[in-house]
Design a protein around this ligand. Sequence first.
Ligand code: EPU
Length: 339
Amino acid sequence: MDIHTNIPLKNFTTMKIGGKARFIVEVRTPNEVAEVYRDAKSKQIPIFILGSGSNVIAHDEGYRGLVIRMRIPGFEIIADDINNTIIKIGAGEIWDSVVKRVVDMNLSGIEAMSGIPGTTGATPVQNVGAYGQEIADTLQSLEAYDSQNDKFVTIQNEDCGFFYRDSIFRNIATGRYVITSITIKLSKNQPRPPFYDSLQKYLDEHNIKMYSVEIIRNAVLEIRKTKLPDPSIYPNSGSFFKNAIVEKWQLDDLRKSNPNVPVFELGDSRYKIPAGWLIENAGLKGALIHGIRVYDKNALVLINESATSYKDLAYARDQVIGKVRDIFRVEIQQEPLEM
Ligand code: EPU
């Protein structure tokens, strides 16, 4: 393994912001992960795991420790019957290549998560989801290196603490586990309605009445093109804010002045309010704040147009959060992780 020093993190994050990492190393096997951890622990160097940097924000002072770039490969069918195929996938595999591969195999379960940037091992961390599917729906278990106990563990779905854009890996167990592979269970049945609202709308508009995983993948890729800017042209981290989760009394309060606010019921008397709607209706769509643009086609996305520092980004973020709070009395939070 080659360890590189003083590498600018802006080259490794799609937001294109951030100072230098003291050390960077690429790992290609689970054993290399353990090796790197043992070594870093003995030297008391902190570690951060980076996939492809599409959901991570780096600070101006950079990272004083070691950044591990996850590159573990793997795509292995571990069970197959008339209804399902179970596949184990290495954490370093590019997520969308995995989606394409299983769609080509005519398997259903992750086709609506087409076009999401990033690596496979990152998907459980924030319970990645789109257009009606989330990784929690298909993930059976995952393998990880437990850095606290220096051993490899298998964690079952129900122990991952999955919730909307959340799991133990970015919550109570932050920094403890390094996901090395995930195992997902896919179906041989073709996708069936009801589909996610905006997906159904696209299918209706295109007069699509027969559904296959390939048709759904292509539809999602087309929808994403119109709503999510290509990070290789416009630096961004996808949705920059999580949708707000509110209680019943907050929803009632919000509805008094905004009867048309879109709402998704989560159960438990909790409701999801789209942050994109809140930001747009706070008048911020298209705004330019310290070099950061609130994307004019989707207010949930912040584009780094000319910002050069984390400070600029944080200023823009706090302006958006503050204005939404002042107008709607609802608190929205940043979605990408910070290193
Ligand atoms: N909306 C607005 N203005 C906007 C954006 C959205 O009014 O500028 C409204 C829409 O009209 C709609 C509602 O907000 O009524 C929800 O919008 P949409 O269905 O497009 O999805 P979203 O809630 O904005 C989430 C995910 C996306 C995912 C889409 C599709 C989060 C934070 N974002 O966005 O995920 O692709 O659903 O399922 O949950 C990501 O996490 O990086 C990401 C792109």
